[in-house]
Design a protein around this ligand. Structure first.
Ligand code: GTP
Ligand code: MG
Length: 583
């Protein structure tokens, strides 16, 4: 994904705090009473990947985090800068419009700065002195967004003052670097935590995701004032890897809520609206105009595709400045609720994210997952499998969804399209697990558990935290936690499931053997997680697997895979989401 190339140079106050030396300019620009302090706390807690450490600081609700980040993004502008710039003068120029809370630079086919003002008015003030460019023979479509372009006046006079901004790379590490890091680790637990640290979204990357949503919201607001564009999926559920796509939800309910609050007395006022035959048609129409709008007027939005016949209609595009591949949907509130649920599970125990990241990376290394639609297992399904496995430990590491529902209060009540999506939102009301198993043990047991799972008759169900009889004949059945009659892994073919099972068994065996006879760190041999992840190892393993199978079986598997992905594409239509959101 494009975002892999994004390099970021952080000038955030939280980085400064880490090194305990505060930049004078930062002191000048930081303003108290903003979300910066909270974000600092959050970064510290999300950055701590220590197994078994019990974090007693109060944890924020998902909705609180979302609202704060959204508000922060609304005070932020994105500026395309010349390659060389005098940072001090740049900030001084901007601070004429009001104090700046934080800023960072990053590279994505050019140098960009994300600048967060303390107040929203500063953004308006900056926009008021910003002009629409004159482009010679080409004509510009005037649009006052928060995505700006900085030009140098008299650049020749300024040359001596300009300096290159050094951008630190925020992309995930290369295989070689990962190999070195994993081999230098002290234990398998340390390896899993290292992998999490290296791959998880950075603070700046997360800010950029909320900012991108906020910029798209400005475009959508041209049609639907008061709408909200909210990120969901791995950008916010705490399982996102650097480079993952940006799933966005166009929330039009905000408009209804706003008017409902104003209604009082004996009269009820309603908007005159156009009626269409179904909710689906309404969604298609809304996404069609927003897609058109992004394509025609959305600064930096390129490659806009309207995939309206998919089960979950969407608009897909690249946001050039951030480098994110974006999927915009609407009428998809359950997916937002699923993101909240995963966020809760990820925050309940520090082992959860480390395990999910390793399993996701393991699956990617062995081509069990893919960015192309098909009969492959998805990251969402893998995460559900890890959650289920952790619910099955003794004592359990994670509670069941039914238990989380019993802790809910009136504020948590949530019914979406007739589905009961209620569960407790306050993380602090859930007792930490007494289970003290190591990550090494859990990873090994995960592979053993699913290497021997009765997929032919049992379904995975995180609502009840126990296996259930499969209600239908799909090879892999993972019950959708909210729309319980649906299977989130309906697309997975028998041959892909078999590949998963074979690799899980082989990986359990490798970890088991290593437990007995681990190579010394100085031997430079891949061990532990490195032995399971490295592409060379993955290739060797799949090669040895291929050797074991007769050619006829390999061809049959290939045909099965093509057949099932072809069937899915023809029924579920275009786009990855046609597969991934089929349940
Ligand atoms: P990445 O692979 O890192 O993008 O993970 P992701 O969790 O963001 O997955 P994806 O972009 O495919 O989907 C975004 C969100 O849509 C998920 O987090 C889920 O909340 C939801 N989703 C994805 N697939 C399914 C599915 O098969 N069924 C249901 N109900 N929801 C899904
Ligand atoms: Mg995603």
């Amino acid at each position: 994904m494009v975002a892999c190339s994004v390099g970021l140079l952080t000038r955030l106050s939280l980085r400064v705090q880490r090194s305990q030396v505060q930049h004078p300019l930062r002191r000048l620009l930081s303003c108290p009473g903003t979300v910066a302090a909270d974000l600092r706390r959050e970064e510290q807690s999300s950055g701590s990947a220590e197994t078994g450490s019990e974090d007693r600081t109060p944890k924020k609700r998902f909705s609180e985090v979302q609202n704060e980040r959204r508000e922060q993004a609304q005070r932020t502008v994105l500026i395309h800068c010349p390659d060389k710039i005098n940072e001090k003068k740049f900030l001084k120029f901007l601070s004429q419009h009001g104090p700046i809370n934080s800023h960072f630079f990053y590279e994505s086919f050019g140098l960009y700065a994300a600048v967060e003002f303390c107040q929203k008015e500063s953004v308006t003030s900056l926009q008021n002195i910003t002009r629409t460019p004159s482009l010679g023979p080409e004509a510009a479509i005037p649009f006052k967004s928060r995505y700006l372009n900085l030009k140098l006046r008299n650049s020749l006079n300024q040359t001596s003052e300009l300096s290159s901004i050094q951008c630190s790379n925020q992309s995930s590490p290369s295989s070689k670097k990962l190999y070195q890091l994993l081999c230098c680790a002290e234990s398998v637990d340390d390896q899993l935590n290292t992998l999490l640290r290296e791959f998880q979204l950075t603070e700046e990357n997360t800010r950029l995701r909320y900012l991108t949503c906020s910029l798209i919201e400005d475009v959508a607001a041209a049609y639907f004032p008061d709408c909200a564009v909210r990120p969901f999926g791995s950008s916010v559920n705490s399982f996102g890897k650097l480079g993952c796509d940006l799933d966005m939800f166009l929330d039009l309910d905000e408009i209804g809520k706003f008017t409902a609050q104003k209604t009082s007395g004996n009269f009820l006022m309603e908007f005159q609206v156009k009626n269409v035959p179904s909710e689906r048609v309404a969604t298609q129409k809304i996404l069609s105009v927003i897609g058109e709008c992004l394509d025609q007027f959305g600064p930096g939005c390129v490659g806009v595709q309207r995939i309206l016949n998919a089960r979950c209609p969407l608009v897909r595009f690249s946001h050039q400045a951030s480098g994110f591949q974006c999927d915009l949907t609407t009428n998809n509130r359950i997916a937002l609720k699923s993101s909240e649920l995963l966020y809760m599970y990820g925050a309940l125990d520090s082992r959860v994210r480390a395990l999910v990241f390793s399993v996701r990376c393991w699956a990617r290394a062995h081509s069990l997952t893919s960015s192309i639609p098909g009969a492959w297992i998805t990251n969402f399904s893998l995460t559900m499998m890890v959650i289920f496995f952790l619910q099955r430990r003794s004592p359990p590491i994670l509670p069941t969804l039914d238990y989380l529902k019993t802790l809910a209060d009136a504020e948590d009540k949530c019914i979406i399209e007739g589905h009961n999506c209620t569960f407790v939102g306050d993380l602090n009301r859930i007792k930490p697990s007494r289970n003290t198993e190591t990550l090494e043990l859990l990873l090994k047991e995960f592979f053993e558990y699913f290497g021997n799972f009765a997929f032919n008759k049992n379904s995975i169900n995180i609502r009840q935290g126990r296996e259930q009889n499969k209600p239908e004949s799909s090879p892999l059945h993972i019950q959708n936690p909210f729309e319980t009659s649906l299977n989130v892994s309906k697309n997975v073919s028998q041959s892909q499931l078999q590949k998963f099972v074979d690799l899980a068994r082989e990986s359990a065996w490798i970890l088991h053997q290593e437990g007995k006879d681990r190579p010394s760190p100085s031997s430079n041999q891949p061990w532990g997680l490195a032995a399971l992840l490295l592409p060379s190892v993955a290739n060797n393993m799949s090669l040895s697997k291929k050797k074991k199978k007769p050619a006829s079986e390999r061809i049959k598997n290939l045909l099965d895979s093509i057949k099932s992905s072809g069937a899915e594409n023809s029924t579920a239509t275009n786009g990855r989401r046609a597969i991934s959101t089929q349940a």
